[in-house]
Design a protein around this ligand. Structure first.
Ligand SMILES: [Zn+2]
Length: 455
């Protein structure tokens, strides 16, 4: 694959047009905000949680209050369920491709051009912001071209040649693949960028600073106060990028997807809320620049097949009972299993207590008891009952059965551990927001953004 040549040609194109200027008719400030795995149901249950938890607050999620609404299909090139790479490519380049491809066509050779470069061509500054590593599929689709999303190191090599002003996310995944090559730190420094990895360095960033890579683990919103949040990264992006020629900023809430795969509803809701706080920061900025800004909030696909079946009065109590992400409990269960120090009965009592499942039906209790006892006591996976194996695969059935019971108590149900084909919402505000109203496909977002920027 001729990656270097392609990047070289991108560089030439950028240089040739880079001193161009934005047409007065195009928006000066563009936010494209992507909740990874954030389907309609994820938005809706987070909305209900907020309305019930804060009854005096006007409205629910900020993203749901934007004036323009649309519905977007997300399938990959053959019509099947997409991954974040194929959908990210559609949102960024406006083309359909195969799963796993980051800004590459279905032949895995023909690269497409991320919209962020179109923005750079007309002089806009560019920011790539995420709550997961910036070399993960969704953010990578806004600056890199590789045939396989797992080529993290090759994605990292493409960060500084972009000349973009601000990258912010978690520890780069390419760090693990840098053996015998320049480390991502060296790549960043050799590329003339400033690498910021702690809060003090982050706080010290000020308007005028450019060519910055922030690499800091955000953790999960549910686990307690984050040292740096997605909203903080977004706010800092505004401070660094604001200027005469405006900016394009992509902001991704990446762990909505991860908690959807984990069927962990409270974590999912908290990640959606953390993403919404970033949307609030962008919206507040847009309101100060009403004639010049465009804010789009959407998703790359739905994850987990979340259904809302009823409207429980106790939604907030149910969700708040779980104080940490489900993985913490899974780690505990593995430790109990390894040490052999906790009986299945004690494990069951601890788990149902920690998940607030004190009013289970006899059937639910029996199911969780069986899941816990088989997880704790099984020497091998195949020692588990076929029903438990079928339902949970290799997942930790003890914790997963509690998470599913909690979701049920919250009036919801996870129907998949994977992505689904269910269309997602698009909401938008600001200049040309009406172009994102109604039904669309994910490729339309990339196409329309390119049209607006190039107009
Ligand atoms: Zn996913």
């Amino acid at each position: 694959m001729n990656r270097r040549l392609f990047i070289g040609s991108l560089g030439i194109t950028s240089c040739a047009l880079g001193m161009g200027s934005r047409a007065p008719s195009s928006p000066k400030y563009i936010f494209l905000m992507i909740g990874d795995g954030m389907g309609v149901a994820q938005r809706e249950i987070a909305e209900r949680y907020v309305r019930m938890k804060y009854p005096k607050r006007a409205g629910g999620l900020v993203m749901n209050q934007l004036p323009v609404h649309g519905v977007m299909t997300t399938h990959e090139i053959t019509g099947g369920i997409t991954d974040s790479a194929a959908s990210g490519t559609a949102l960024s380049c406006g083309i359909k491709t195969v799963n796993g491809a980051v800004c590459m066509g279905e032949d895995l050779k023909t690269a497409c051009r991320p919209v962020a470069f179109d923005a750079q061509d007309v002089g806009m500054k560019v920011g790539i912001v995420t709550s997961v590593p910036v070399d993960h599929a969704t953010p990578a689709c806004f600056y890199a071209q590789v045939p396989k999303r797992g080529m993290y190191y090759e994605i990292d090599e493409q960060i500084t040649p972009t000349g973009f002003d601000y990258f912010a996310g978690e520890t780069l995944l390419g760090r693990k693949k840098a053996k015998g090559k320049a480390s991502p730190t060296e790549l960043i420094e050799q590329g003339g960028y400033q690498l910021v990895q702690d809060r003090a360095g982050f706080d010290a960033l000020k308007p005028g600073d450019s060519k910055v890579v922030v690499e800091h683990d955000l953790g999960y919103a549910i686990d307690g106060k984050q040292e740096i949040s997605l909203a903080d990264l977004t706010q800092k992006g505004i401070e660094l990028l604001d200027g005469d020629q405006g900016f394009f900023m992509m902001v991704e809430g990446g762990k909505i997807d991860w908690s959807g795969h984990a069927n962990d509803l409270p974590t999912n809701i908290h990640e959606t809320l953390a993403f919404d706080e970033a949307v609030a920061v962008a919206k507040e900025f847009c309101e100060r620049h009403p004639d010049d800004s465009l804010l789009i909030v959407t998703a790359d696909h739905e994850t987990g097949g979340l259904m809302i079946e009823q409207d429980p009065a106790g939604l907030v109590t149910t969700i708040d009972a779980q104080e940490f992400r489900g993985q913490k409990y899974m780690n505990e269960v593995s430790n109990w299993k390894k040490s052999g120090s906790v009986t299945a009965e004690v494990a069951y009592n601890r788990l149902v207590n920690d998940f607030g499942l004190t009013d289970l039906s006899t059937e639910e209790a029996a199911h969780i008891q069986a899941s816990v006892s088989q997880t704790i006591s099984a020497d091998a996976e195949d020692a588990r009952a076929p029903e438990i194996q079928k339902m949970y695969g290799k997942k930790n059935a003890a914790v997963m059965s509690c998470q599913h019971a909690l979701a049920g108590k919250a009036g919801a149900q996870w129907t998949s551990y994977k992505h689904t084909l269910v269309p997602v919402s698009v909401t938008a505000a600001g200049r040309y927001a009406d172009r994102f109203a109604g039904d669309c496909d994910n490729t339309d977002i990339g196409k329309r953004l390119k049209e607006l920027i190039q107009s």
